[in-house]
Ligand binder design. Structure first.
Ligand code: AMP
Ligand code: GLY
Length: 423
């Protein structure tokens, strides 16, 4: 079959890599893709939000399955558009993608269906938000309602910071219309873990756990980024925690969406905080995480496309989802200065070292061709992933492989996966 992947990051490279191993797949296209994806797929210069062009392309090439990797097109309704054109697509429809598209929606859903999460209030006007803060406890968390490239969450230590935050989100509209509504949430402490799952509308199968490192600098210092590295599995995600989440979080979320007339098919990514009182939902995403996909997918034994088709067909209960009994670590190689300001266009050397490797992967995020060369084309440039028998071994393998690559202004964190030493 012919498949089309929509997106251009490391996550889409990991999806393309798994899809290329599927016995069902003959040809992969990616819109718009990047230089690394271009080595295993045919990249087409169509943006992820150009819905008309994506639908036309899928029709013209008789694409059998379109996999939407990114949040924006999912929340914007790309899957609905493809289905209206009689095409098969993997990912939630617009009325279900709201689970990520609106934090106010997801909080109301969790409250209504008693899914454990932080206490919160929703505000439509800055005046009401300022008034609420007067008697609030700190630290407190402010969240812009809509999509904000993962940057719409502010943790405020005191009243002054919180007032500034309300102004930034609701009045200065730093995140655009995402800030029309505001969620103010109780601050929680604990370890964070990401659990991704396949959902077919009724059944849910969770994947192995992972943990992201969101801050730019070592020791979790510096600004929030799209993610500087991941490891999988999380040693903090015990069987006991898994049993609790299955009972109170995973299936209840799928059932809640169905009960609301918003049948969910695709990926649900549960961002969890393991608090003293038990696991709590921090956020939902409706797609693979980036860079979580880069450590989860290489460990998956199943044929990815077969599982995706089962989600669409409502036959997920027949799939025996299995993961290797190993570990993986992904270290992001970024451009120095990311996420604030950085330069692009530097030639990347050493990529050929990854050819033919089956336990070390170089997933491209921000790269493009410049003549014969592959050059940096974004803040996050590459995700160097390695597997190993243990997390420690995977981490050593991944950091060794980061040395194979050179480019000007190369920057990475040196402590990805270090927390596992405490486990
Ligand atoms: P989100 O985009 O909702 O995942 O939030 C980004 C990050 O902010 C999370 O990964 C957490 O580190 C942090 N965060 C979000 N909500 C809370 C909360 N209620 N308490 C503490 N930290 C939070
Ligand atoms: N790594 C976090 C995310 O994909 O949202």
């Amino acid at each position: 079959m012919k498949i089309l992947i929509v997106g251009s990051g490391g996550r889409e490279h990991a999806i393309a890599h798994s899809a290329s191993k599927s016995k069902r797949v003959d040809k992969i296209y990616c819109a718009p893709g990047n230089a690394g994806i271009g080595m295993i797929a045919e990249c087409v210069p169509i943006g992820a939000m150009e819905f008309d062009r994506i639908v036309d392309f899928a029709r013209e090439k008789e694409i059998d399955l379109t996999v939407v990797g990114m949040d924006d097109p999912l929340v914007g309704g790309l899957v609905d558009r493809l289905e209206e054109a009689g095409l098969r697509a993997f990912g939630p429809r617009k009325n279900a993608a709201i689970l990520e598209g609106s934090k106010a929606f997801s909080k109301e859903l969790m409250k209504k269906y008693h899914i454990p999460t932080a206490a919160y209030e929703i505000f439509d006007s800055p005046g009401d938000a300022y008034a609420y803060l007067e008697s609030a406890e700190f630290p407190i968390v402010l969240k812009a309602d809509g999509l904000a490239l993962g940057k719409g969450v502010l943790i405020c230590q005191n009243l002054e910071e919180a007032r500034d935050g309300v102004r930034t989100i609701m009045e200065d509209k730093q995140f655009g219309t995402a800030g029309n509504r505001l969620v103010i949430e109780e601050f929680m402490t604990g370890r964070e873990v990401s659990v991704l799952s396949f959902v077919d509308g009724a059944a849910i199968k969770t994947m192995t756990s992972a943990q992201d490192h969101k801050r730019a600098g070592d020791g979790d210092a510096g600004p929030n980024t799209g993610g500087m590295g991941t490891f999988s599995p999380s040693p903090f995600y015990t069987e006991e925690i898994d049993a609790y989440c299955r009972k109170y979080i995973y299936q209840p979320t799928v059932d809640a969406m169905a009960a609301e007339g918003r049948e969910f098919k695709g990926i649900i990514f549960f961002g969890l905080m393991l608090t003293e009182k038990g696991p709590r939902v921090l956020e939902y995403n409706v797609r693979f995480g980036d860079p979580e996909a880069q450590v989860v997918l290489p460990r998956m034994k199943n044929d990815l496309i077969e599982v995706m088709e089962a989600c669409i067909d409502g036959t997920l209960d027949k799939i025996d989802l299995q993961f290797e009994d190993n570990a993986a670590v992904c270290v992001v190689l970024a451009s120095r200065g990311y996420p604030v300001s950085y330069e692009k266009g530097f030639v990347i050397h050493g990529l050929e070292r990854f050819e033919g490797q089956d336990s070390r992967f170089c997933f491209h995020a921000g790269t493009r061709y410049s003549g014969e060369d592959i050059v940096t084309n974004g803040g996050r440039v590459l995700g160097i992933t390695a597997t190993g028998g243990s997390l420690g071994e995977a981490r050593k393998n991944a950091y060794d492989a980061t040395q194979w690559i050179t480019f000007e202004n190369k920057y990475m964190r040196s402590d990805i996966g270090k927390a596992i030493d405490e486990a």
